[in-house]
Design a protein around this ligand. Structure first.
Ligand code: FE
Length: 292
């Protein structure tokens, strides 16, 4: 598929910003941006912004179009698909470190922004805790997974609106209930967005965001840092069958999770592997209890 957009940034509304940002800093290993409450994972001026509030959820996610033409085409596509797209002001774009911004609300309730010209920081990215850095070039800064009560409308928004293509999907029984997740790509990253069908609107839409490190050692070191801390480890080290990501999941102080992984599969063209999977993990991803 044509690479028009990638995940540019996310804004998280959290009730305890100090705890959340300490976690990003000391356990995940991100680097503070120039503006307060912003965090970097690469050369971009910011990838994560933290806002104080009661939602403990993604306040917004931002897709970065590769250029002004891709920006215009994506806005047009969203409008043609029925999304109510608002043109941002120059101030809105500047607040995100971008040249231009438009936004709409996804069917599951999250504000979805589209920008182009996301600025680079003045200084090179270097994280002492993640020396190998994160894999973002041509792929965006990671992926996000939301629980949605209207999977059909959300699927339409992702595909017809944002122009993503379905990579594959998961159907399994979870404690006697059918569970379905669909995975979508918009560039070489196996999935930039995944949507999990939930039977009713959950208070928190974001299940997790994913950061992909360049090395296995950086994933292992991150696991050790989180293990030494106090946040729950929802899923220990393991591997997914569809995106082949080797990763673990920690519960952030905001309640939603962060997946820290490496070695994710990339999309090859033509993509002929849009098929169903019947399990989340090939192995691992077990809940981890610490010794008392
Ligand atoms: Fe994930």
């Amino acid at each position: 598929m044509t690479h028009l957009i990638e995940l540019g940034y996310a804004g998280f509304e959290v009730s305890d910003p100090a705890a959340f940002e300490t976690f990003l800093d000391r356990e995940v290993g991100l680097v503070p941006g120039d503006d307060p409450h912003t965090w970097r994972t690469d050369q971009k001026v910011r990838r994560i912004a933290v806002h104080e509030g009661e939602r403990n959820d993604a306040a917004y996610i931002g897709f970065e179009a590769v250029d002004a033409d891709a920006f215009a085409r994506t806005v047009e596509r969203l409008r043609a698909a029925g999304a109510d797209v608002t043109d941002g002001t120059p101030g809105d774009a500047k607040a995100r470190g971008a040249a231009d911004l438009a936004w709409c609300t996804a069917p599951w309730g999250t504000r979805v922004e589209l920008v182009h010209g996301l600025a680079d920081a003045d200084t090179p990215f270097a994280s002492p805790l993640v020396p190998g850095g994160f894999r973002t070039a041509g792929m965006g800064f990671g992926h996000v997974v939301f629980g949605v009560s209207d999977l059909a409308a959300s699927h339409e928004f992702a595909t017809s609106g944002l122009g993503m293509e379905q990579s594959d999907w998961l159907e399994m029984d979870m404690g006697g209930f059918p569970f379905e997740v669909r995975f979508y790509h918009c560039n070489a990253r196996h999935h930039t967005l995944a949507l999990a069908a939930v039977p009713f609107d959950l208070p928190t839409k974001l299940h997790h965001f994913m950061l992909e490190a360049n090395t296995v050692d950086d994933v292992g070191a991150a696991f050790d840092r989180v293990f030494a801390g106090t946040q729950p480890i929802a899923s220990g080290l393991g591997k997914h069958p569809n995106d082949e990501m080797f990763s673990f999941y920690a519960v952030t102080p905001a309640g939603f999770q962060v997946e820290f992984g490496t070695n994710g599969r990339t999309i090859t063209e033509p993509w002929t592997d849009n098929r169903v999977y019947d399990r989340i993990s090939t192995w691992g991803h077990q809940p981890i209890a610490r010794p008392v």
